[in-house]
Each structure stands twice: as structure tokens, then as C-alpha cells.
Design a protein around this ligand. Structure first.
Ligand SMILES: Cc1cc2nc3c(=O)[nH]c(=O)nc-3n(C[C@H](O)[C@H](O)[C@H](O)COP(=O)(O)OP(=O)(O)OC[C@H]3O[C@@H](n4cnc5c(N)ncnc54)[C@H](O)[C@@H]3O)c2cc1C
Length: 478
């Protein structure tokens, strides 16, 4: 018979990623008895793959004389959300995010850069730790261990129980069927959203055939847990951050970064479909490509452009994973691997031959390239109003690299208030139940507004801290 262990604690944290680890630390610092469960054997979730996190008016920004105010950050985020973000939740994120930096500095995390990645607003929000966010995960995990927090790896939370309007139990199981029956005073849902759940992506974000860029643990468990416990799924559930890569490669690969350079892009009919300079507006690319009928597009290059990327650097970066201006020194080798596979990259001596290899109508493609060359000569593409990055394709061989959308994270699912309390269908908090990070709705509105550098990870860490702070008060009153 499978074993069952009954445990008591003050705060049960479901998910040991950005939000969960920060919440566990804050709660333990406040003297709470904390249990963390994570479905994986390794802590860190998707944030372990991330590069940086956002904060406003932090010690690191002050030390670097970054002229960014909380006011400017708040206004930009609210505006980008099309005024749909919850003003009170957003304001608490912006107001308190610098405390996350203070906590991490105290744990020995060092930052080597604070950068802007959004070309429109140019807000230097993204704090890049040495060792990137994996170093943050390691620092937080080590501190939790030092504080004696009980961590159960390989346990997936499957059910929440609510009694008399308040959380009463969390059930989690491991692959062997062993069950943890946890009876906490408070519980935090921090399972990382639903980017790896194709059904939910389709239903809530209208996205088809979009793979996840993450580790696959973000299957929307938090949403199911919350709604079955009486929580309300927000109408702002559809905000998804979609980037584009190639051949299932990570964002950090140089051939992925090449795929999204603002050269000439065509869809499956061989026609252009947008102003490719939008590639400079991070995460808009994946979104528009995802909405093309076939769900992918081709980036076309000549040899000189490929050489320039290697020797002079990329025009567009991949968020904080590959910064703009980086020389793509691994491109030649990675591109050759993809050319050898012959599915997502092709090379040809003529544009006609290239069109045949990627399966687009040859005459439409050649006609499109010819119109593009006219636009390059004029310095203005009148169809999509492209005025920058207009370069003709003149130097064979020519290349086509397939650009495929990938979901980085979903933002928004569970309706919460500014204290991260899960709300029921009437807007009342469910006693002691919290949601944070990608699971919490409200900070971004419906649009993918999280293009401000490090916003998702910054929000996850800060919301974890804020949820734990409120939970500490709840536990004291119980
Ligand atoms: C490749 C990549 C790069 C990124 N780069 C950046 C970046 O540079 N800056 C940025 O701001 N954001 C970035 N993001 C997004 C960022 O990683 C997320 O927004 C952030 O991790 C969200 O934190 P979270 O705590 O909500 O989820 P996570 O950090 O993913 O943690 C969720 C945890 O919950 C666990 N879990 C899930 N279900 C259960 C369950 N039922 N029971 C128990 N445990 C469960 C998971 O195993 C995981 O450990 C990136 C994402 C990806 C995929």
C-alpha cells in the first residue's frame, strides 16, 4: 500500500521556483514553519533558465546611477497593459521590487549588469546576477536549507481542501504514489502558469502549435488547484509572452537569435507579412508568427548578412539571453548542424532554388524579393512602412531559417487582490490561500506587456515576498 504522511505547518508553498522560493524565505525569516513541495526533483522551475529580474530604484540601480524612477516604471507598465492591469497590485510590485534585490544581495548574490531590453521604453530594469538566475535559485535554496525549511522534491500538489472559508489541507503525491497530507494555516500556489499546456494555451490565449520554451513543469496545475478550491479564473488569463527560436533550440543559441534578425521574412506562401523591424520589439515576433496560418515563418539571408552577424554582432538580442551587439560566434557551427538536418535551415545558390527548398511558390517569392529590393533602393517599404534594416539580398549563397514561436511564460490565471490573496467568484478572499508569480493574474492586463526587462521574474520574486508577508499576518491571527 502507498504510504501517506500527515504534516502540519504554518505555510505550505506549492512550487519551488521564483515566487515559491522567495515566499518560503520571507516566511521563514518571519519565523513561520514552512513546507515547500515541488513536482520536480530539482528546485528552481523556469526561473533557473532566466537571465534577470526587474526591480525599480534598487540599490544596484542607484549604485549605477540608473535614472529610472518607480513612477516612470509604473506608468509604462500600466500603459503597456492598455490600462487593464490592477493598479494596486502593479503599484505594490513596483514599490517593493527593490527589497528583493536587498534580500538577494544579503545572500551573497552579485549583479554584473542592469540593462534595458525593451527598445521602445528603454527602461533599465533587468538586473542580471552573476551566474544569472540559477545563482539566485542556488542562493535561495541554500538559505532555506540553513533555516531548516522542509522541502519535499518530486511531490506534485493535486488537491486543496477548504473548510469554513479557509484553506485546510494540501494533498501532494510523488510518482511512486506516496502521499503528503499537509495541514497548513496558509498555502501559496506558485506553480508557474500554463505555458506547457497546449489545451489551456489554445483555450485562453488562442494560440495553436506553440511549444513551450521552458522545462515543462508549467502545466497550469495552479489554476486547477485554485478553481477547484473555489478560486476565480481571471478574465485576464490570456497574456502570454511568445518569443521565436528555431529547431527547438534554446533562446541562447546563436542560430535562434539569427532567425529573428530583421531581414526579409516570408510566410508559407512566400509573401512578406509584417515590418521585420518589429523584431526589435522583443516578444512581438513570436506572437505574430504564432498567428500565421501555418504557425511558422522563414527568415531569408544572404552570405554577407550571415557573416556580419558573426563578425559585427546581432542587431536584435534574445532578451537578456543574448544581448544586442553580441557577435554570434557559434552561428556557423549551429547553422551547419541545422543545414545537415535539412528541416529548419536551407542553403541555395539562387533565390529560386531556395524557394523550392522551403516549399513556397517560386514566382510569388521572387516577386516579393524584387519588391523588397525596390524598397531597399528607395529606403522605404511602403507596404509595411519599414524604414530601417532594409538590406537587399545580393550575395549568394542564400539561406532560409525557420522561425518558430515559443511560449516563455503565461502571465495571469488566478484572480488575486493586491495582497496576493486568492479571490472567490464574489471577489472575497479564500482564507489563507495565496497565488503568486505566473499563477497570479492582474499585474499585466491581457496584453503581453511583460516586455519590460525581467518583469516576469521580478514580479514572481516580489509577489512571493508580498504573499509571504501577508500570510505571516494571517498565521499570527489564527
Ligand atoms: C527559457 C526562459 C527564459 C526566461 N527568461 C526570463 C528572463 O530573463 N527574465 C524574466 O523576467 N523572465 C524570464 N522567463 C520567465 C520566468 O522564468 C518566469 O516568469 C518565472 O520563472 C515565474 O516564476 P514562478 O515562480 O511563477 O514559476 P517557476 O519559476 O517556473 O516555478 C514554478 C515551480 O512550480 C513547480 N510546480 C508546478 N506544478 C506543481 C505542482 N502541482 N506541485 C508542486 N510543484 C509544482 C515547478 O516544478 C516549478 O519548480 C523565462 C522563461 C523561460 C522559459
Amino acid at each position: 500500500m502507498a504510504e501517506r504522511e500527515t504534516l502540519r505547518c504554518q505555510l505550505a508553498v506549492i512550487g519551488g521556483g521564483a515566487a515559491g522560493l522567495m515566499a518560503a524565505l520571507e516566511a521563514a525569516r518571519r519565523g513561520l514553519d514552512v513546507i515547500v513541495v515541488d513536482r520536480r526533483d530539482e528546485l528552481g522551475g523556469n526561473v533557473a533558465q532566466a537571465a534577470g529580474h526587474a526591480a525599480f530604484e534598487s540599490a544596484e540601480q542607484r549604485a549605477r546611477r540608473v535614472p529610472l524612477t518607480k513612477d516612470a516604471g509604473y506608468q509604462a507598465l500600466l500603459e503597456m497593459s492598455d490600462w487593464k492591469a490592477s493598479p494596486s497590485l502593479l503599484s505594490r510590485f513596483v514599490e517593493r521590487s527593490s527589497e528583493v534585490v536587498d534580500r538577494l544581495l544579503a545572500l551573497g548574490v552579485h549583479y554584473d549588469k542592469v540593462i534595458a531590453i525593451d527598445p521602445v521604453h528603454q527602461l533599465a530594469t533587468s538586473h542580471l546576477p552573476v551566474g544569472r538566475m540559477r545563482a539566485v535559485v542556488e542562493a535561495l535554496s541554500a538559505e532555506l536549507e540553513r533555516l531548516g525549511v522542509r522541502i519535499y522534491r518530486g511531490y506534485r500538489a493535486e488537491e486543496l481542501e477548504v473548510a469554513a472559508g479557509a484553506i485546510s489541507a494540501v494533498r501532494a503525491r510523488n510518482d511512486g504514489g506516496a502521499e503528503l497530507f499537509i495541514q497548513p494555516a496558509a498555502a501559496l500556489i506558485a506553480t508557474g502558469g500554463y505555458a506547457s499546456n497546449p489545451q489551456l494555451l489554445r483555450r485562453y490565449a488562442g494560440l495553436f502549435s506553440v511549444a513551450s520554451a521552458g522545462i515543462g513543469s508549467d502545466t497550469g496545475d495552479g489554476l486547477t488547484l485554485a478553481t477547484t478550491a473555489g478560486g476565480h479564473a481571471s478574465s485576464l488569463i490570456g497574456a502570454v509572452l511568445v518569443a521565436a527560436t528555431t529547431n527547438g533550440r534554446p533562446l541562447t543559441d546563436h542560430v535562434s537569435c539569427t532567425a529573428v534578425q530583421p531581414t526579409l521574412w516570408v510566410d508559407q506562401s512566400g509573401r512578406r507579412f509584417c515590418n521585420e523591424a518589429m523584431a526589435l520589439a522583443l516578444y512581438r515576433v513570436g506572437d505574430i508568427v504564432a498567428r500565421l496560418g501555418q504557425g511558422y515563418a522563414w527568415s531569408i539571408f544572404d552570405q554577407r548578412q550571415i557573416d556580419k552577424l558573426t563578425h559585427s554582432g546581432a542587431r536584435r538580442g534574445m532578451g537578456s539571453a543574448v544581448l544586442p551587439g553580441t557577435k554570434l560566434t557559434k552561428l556557423r557551427e549551429q547553422l551547419q548542424e541545422d543545414l545537415d538536418q535539412g528541416e529548419t535551415a536551407f542553403r541555395a545558390d539562387s533565390l529560386e532554388e531556395l524557394a523550392g527548398l522551403i516549399g513556397v511558390d517560386v514566382s510569388s517569392f521572387i516577386d516579393e524579393v524584387s519588391q523588397y529590393h525596390d524598397a531597399c533602393a528607395e529606403g522605404m517599404d511602403r507596404r509595411f512602412f519599414k524604414t530601417q534594416n532594409l538590406e537587399p539580398l545580393l550575395h549568394p549563397p542564400f539561406y532560409a531559417i525557420r522561425m518558430e514561436p515559443v511560449a516563455l511564460c503565461t502571465t495571469g490565471a488566478i484572480e488575486v487582490d493586491e495582497f496576493l490573496r486568492v479571490l472567490d467568484h464574489f471577489g472575497n478572499p479564500i482564507g489563507g490561500l495565496y497565488a503568486a508569480g505566473n499563477d497570479a493574474a492582474g499585474a499585466w492586463g491581457k496584453a503581453a506587456t511583460t516586455t519590460i526587462g525581467g518583469a516576469p521574474a521580478g514580479f514572481a520574486l516580489t509577489s512571493g515576498l508580498l504573499a509571504a508577508e501577508h500570510a505571516a499576518g494571517w498565521c499570527q491571527r489564527r
